[in-house]
Design a protein around this ligand. Structure first.
Ligand code: DOR
Ligand code: ZN
Length: 422
């Protein structure tokens, strides 16, 4: 079926298009963009008062498939993505077994056929995420990987990381680094600060993140291969990356909505739904992340969508780290950054549609004629309250529960088909 999106407010970064327009979706692609288009046989969708974005791309998602499908699977994760206006996800390799060989990558891609979002697998840097033996990147690339990462864990040896970055560069794969020094972390479960002291909980020092961010930048500077820094949460890391970019180090980075919206105060009630790695930090860090988004130091917004069951999350101290995020990321970004007066809608498109695709070489991210019709339509002024039970993900561990956000996805199209309707 063809669709005519009538009178929406379109925001496109690449084509410098912003304004009220009609968009005709035909045969899965954006056939025409312009004023007063004829519907002919297309179904008209009244987008008066709505904003039309290129489908979002989230390059840091845990789909838990294979191996932990009681938390999420490829199909439910993609349904959650569609409900958040996300039409492309890159999924992390810390599955069971690890996505460190072509067979697992092929399984994920096979399962993603017919899913509500496009899936781009990320392979492991090292076999079994053990930090020792590098994977066969050429084989991973040939199987369909867009990047490598040991996310969830750091690559502990600088030498292994350097060889991995050089080998990945040769294979044409991006490297995404989870920056954490496990000896500095020493079993910590939340930010090392006032709230942890009050609760008597073991802290995770910001140094743990900053010291490995600095190391990755130094490795990139030394060997010339690019690095993408995952989930930046501290002022220190943002400052290091800003300085590194200034002197020409080939680095990019990402942050997640929880780091620019929430702080360690959320952990006061000992609820593991607010525990993730890296952890919620201080108000000074939150402000620094917002500044780094505003000045372009941070290239993209991701979710680190990390589903865990209610049972997994029941014990504050023992629960695994991670929060779901696909269904709230656009709303959170609109609430804090757009309505908060920090960024324009074009900036949101740059951070959530264009740059993530650019960094991993994923196609799309534009509303121009001829592009696949991967589109998110939102009411950027609608207020709604996040209710965990209403999420499409198999897991409900959202750190935005009970919060009122401003901006709601109304429709998501994937290759011209409606994959979500509010
Ligand atoms: O909070 C997190 N959860 N951080 C990670 O690095 C891994 C992730 C997971 O896999 O649950
Ligand atoms: Zn991580």
């Amino acid at each position: 079926m063809d669709f005519l999106l009538k009178n929406g407010y379109a925001v496109d970064y690449a084509e410098d298009l912003e304004g009220r327009t009609d968009i005709l979706i035909s045969n899965g692609v954006i056939a025409r963009v312009g004023q007063n288009l004829d519907a002919n046989d297309a179904r008209v969708i009244d987008c008066e008062g709505l904003t039309v974005f290129p489908g979002l791309c989230d390059i840091h998602v845990h789909l838990r498939d294979p191996g932990q499908t009681y938390k999420e699977d490829v199909l439910t994760g993609c349904e959650a993505a569609a409900a958040g206006g996300v039409t492309a996800v890159a999924c992390m390799p810390n599955t069971v077994p690890t996505a460190d060989c072509p067979d697992v990558i092929k399984y994920i891609l096979q399962k993603a056929k017919g899913a509500a979002a496009k899936v781009y697998p990320i392979g492991a840097i090292t076999k079994g995420l053990k930090g020792e033996e590098l994977c066969d990147y050429a084989a991973l690339k040939a199987a369909g990987c867009v990047a490598v990462s040991d996310d969830g864990r750091p690559v502990e040896s600088a030498s292994v990381m350097e060889h991995g970055m050089l080998k990945a560069q040769l294979a044409g794969l991006a490297v995404i680094s989870h920056c954490e020094d496990l000896k500095v972390i020493n079993g910590g479960i939340m930010n090392d600060g006032e709230v942890a002291r009050r609760l008597g909980a073991k802290g995770m020092s910001r140094l743990s993140e900053d010291v490995v961010t600095a190391r990755e930048l130094a490795i990139s500077r030394s060997c010339g291969a690019p690095i993408h820094i995952a989930h930046v949460s501290t002022e220190g890391s943002a400052d290091l990356i800003r300085a590194a970019k200034h002197i020409g180090i080939k680095c990019t980075c990402e942050t997640a909505p929880h780091y620019f919206m929430l702080t360690e105060e959320k952990l006061s009630g000992r609820d593991a739904d607010y525990r993730m790695n890296p952890p919620l930090r201080t108000e000074a860090d939150r402000q620094a992340i917002i500044r780094a988004l505003a000045d372009g130091t941070i290239d993209c917004i991701i979710t680190d969508h990390a589903p865990h069951s209610a049972e997994d999350k029941s014990d504050f101290e023992k629960a695994p780290n991670g929060v779901v995020g696909l269904e709230t990321s656009l709303a959170a970004a609109l609430t804090e950054l757009y309505h908060g007066g920090v960024l324009t809608l074009k900036d949101i498109v740059r951070l959530m549609c264009v740059n993530p695709r650019r960094i991993l070489g994923i196609p799309g991210g534009s509303l121009k004629e001829g592009e696949p019709a991967d589109i998110a339509v939102a009411d950027i002024n609608e207020l709604w309250t996040v209710e965990p039970d209403k999420l499409h993900s198999k897991s409900h561990n959202t750190c935005f529960k009970g919060m009122t956000l401003k901006g709601k996805v109304k429709y998501t199209f994937l290759d011209g088909k409606t994959v979500y309707r509010d």
